[in-house]
Design a protein around this ligand. Structure first.
Ligand code: HAM
Length: 436
């Protein structure tokens, strides 16, 4: 038997209805905030993530699905002709780098401030567990544009955070915590890294091998360490909050002011540095108690230098990505409760009735009814069983007698009540709520 690759999942009905429910609600919220959808490729040049997300991050150093494009083992003529042969490609581990690449490639600054959202799969080779998969789904958004369009304003940060609070509330997710920090600008971080190096110097030898490497290459990443023995050392390290310069402190204070005035609660956490290198200033995560170890339901922040790092013009930006798998896990709503069951099961009875039933079903579906359709080879008992199993509200019998009379037996399955309804009145009768 061929099984799905480790860390990937098949999603089935009725669960998929819950995913659609979430996505529909999210699209509604994005509409209210004037965000529009962007779709970028699922694979990109490896270099994009190496430069964008950062070589020293766990994502880039350990978790990417990367391959050399050779046209499936043999050198395809067209691959060779396009000069793509031997190019390193990667399944996207996140979508921010792709959006910024698209921003630069298509000169999206001409549009002023871009408010973009995306919904789609991302790929990371992590150790699979509940809430952590190798193919997972993100619902994300990015606000990016020239500073003259207001992209740098703390008002944008606060708007994005308020949108998230609205979204979680609307989905009925209670008990979330917004953890907020500022990771400063590159100058702040250079001073912070220096202080970290100094503090880590005498103790680095006692830490895990990853941390020993980080101390040399990118000390900030020490905060990503999950090794329990290293935690007492990490707890005592200096914090970024002590290194923010005047403009960064002011920016962060203003974000907090707006959040307070719109009534979005938050907790300051100056250990939060996020696992990607592109962040500047505001960084945040929303956590949820019910999720266990993988408790970050979403994360995001500002990335004011990312466009330049990828060869583009200055383009301050802020965004977030929600782990859709985790969002669905934290919903109290059950999949059953959001599935729309068939309004009617159309049961053809006897030879030649399939085509009549198909015509009727077509008519009824035009009235926005959910219609399922049986088969003329089914005995009546089997049709009833099928309708029951589907949870249909009504069963409609389409037999020869009904055709002659142009009126049909319509039975309400829960109450067992049955009436004969002329063709022209069927849609109305079925559409009415309650029994017959
Ligand atoms: P991230 O924190 O790496 O940020 O991922 C965002 C969210 O994706 C996490 O909080 C989590 O819910 C979900 N997630 C990450 N890895 C997995 C996994 N293996 N399985 C299930 N869910 C997962 C980013 O990706 C940034 N691009 C967010 C961003 C957008 N920052 C600015 N703009």
């Amino acid at each position: 038997m061929i099984k799905s690759p480790r860390g990937t999942r098949d999603l089935f009905p009725p669960d998929t209805a819950l995913w659609n429910f979430v996505e529909a609600a999210v699209r509604d919220v994005f509409r209210a905030y004037n965000f529009h959808e962007i779709r970028t490729p699922i694979f990109e040049s490896t270099e994009l993530f190496a430069r964008g997300v950062g070589e020293e991050t766990d994502i880039v150093s350990k978790e990417m699905f990367t391959w050399i494009d050779r046209g499936g083992g043999t050198i395809l003529q067209e691959v060779a002709a396009e000069g793509e042969f031997g190019r390193s490609l990667t399944l996207r581990p996140e979508n921010t780098a792709g959006v910024v690449r698209a921003y630069i490639e298509h000169k999206l600054w001409d549009r002023g401030l871009n408010k973009l959202f995306y919904i789609g799969p991302q790929f990371r080779r992590e150790r699979p567990q509940k809430g952590r998969y190798r193919q997972f789904y993100q619902i994300g958004a990015e606000v990016i544009g020239p500073a003259s369009a207001g992209s740098e304003s703390p008002a944008r940060d606060a708007e994005v955070l308020e949108l998230l609070a609205t979204l979680l509330d609307r989905l009925g997710i209670t008990g979330w915590t917004l953890e907020l920090n500022s990771v400063g600008c590159p100058a702040d971080r250079a001073r912070f890294n220096e202080a970290l190096r100094k503090a880590l110097g005498p103790v680095a030898a006692k830490m895990c091998t990853d941390c020993q490497r980080r101390v040399v290459t990118n000390p900030l990443r020490v905060f990503d360490c999950k090794v329990p023995e290293d935690q007492p050392i990490i707890e005592k390290l200096p914090r970024i909050s002590q290194f923010l310069d005047e403009p960064c402190s002011k920016h962060f204070a203003e974000v907090q002011e707006i959040l307070r005035s719109v009534g979005v609660p938050f907790t300051l956490n100056d250990r939060l540095v996020r696992g990607l290198d592109y962040y500047t200033r505001t960084a945040f995560e929303f956590t949820h108690g019910a999720l266990g170890a993988q408790n970050a339901i979403l994360g995001g922040g500002r990335y004011d230098g990312l466009s330049e790092a990828l060869g583009g013009p200055a383009a301050p930006g802020i965004g977030f990505a929600i782990g859709e798998d985790r969002l669905v896990l934290s919903l109290t709503e059950s999949a059953e409760s959001v599935v729309r069951k068939p309004d009617v099961y159309v049961a053809p009875l006897g030879a030649g009735m399939n085509r009549e039933a198909a015509r009727l079903a077509r008519e009824l579906r035009r009235h926005d009814l959910v219609v399922d359709l049986g088969d003329e080879s089914f005995r009546l008992k089997k049709s009833f069983e099928a309708a029951d199993k589907l949870g249909a509200r009504y069963i409609l019998i389409v037999g020869e007698n009904e055709m002659k009379a142009d009126a049909f037996a319509l039975k309400h399955l829960a109450s067992g009540k049955q009436v004969t309804v002329p063709r022209g009145e069927l849609a109305k009768r079925i559409g009415e709520s309650g029994s017959l």
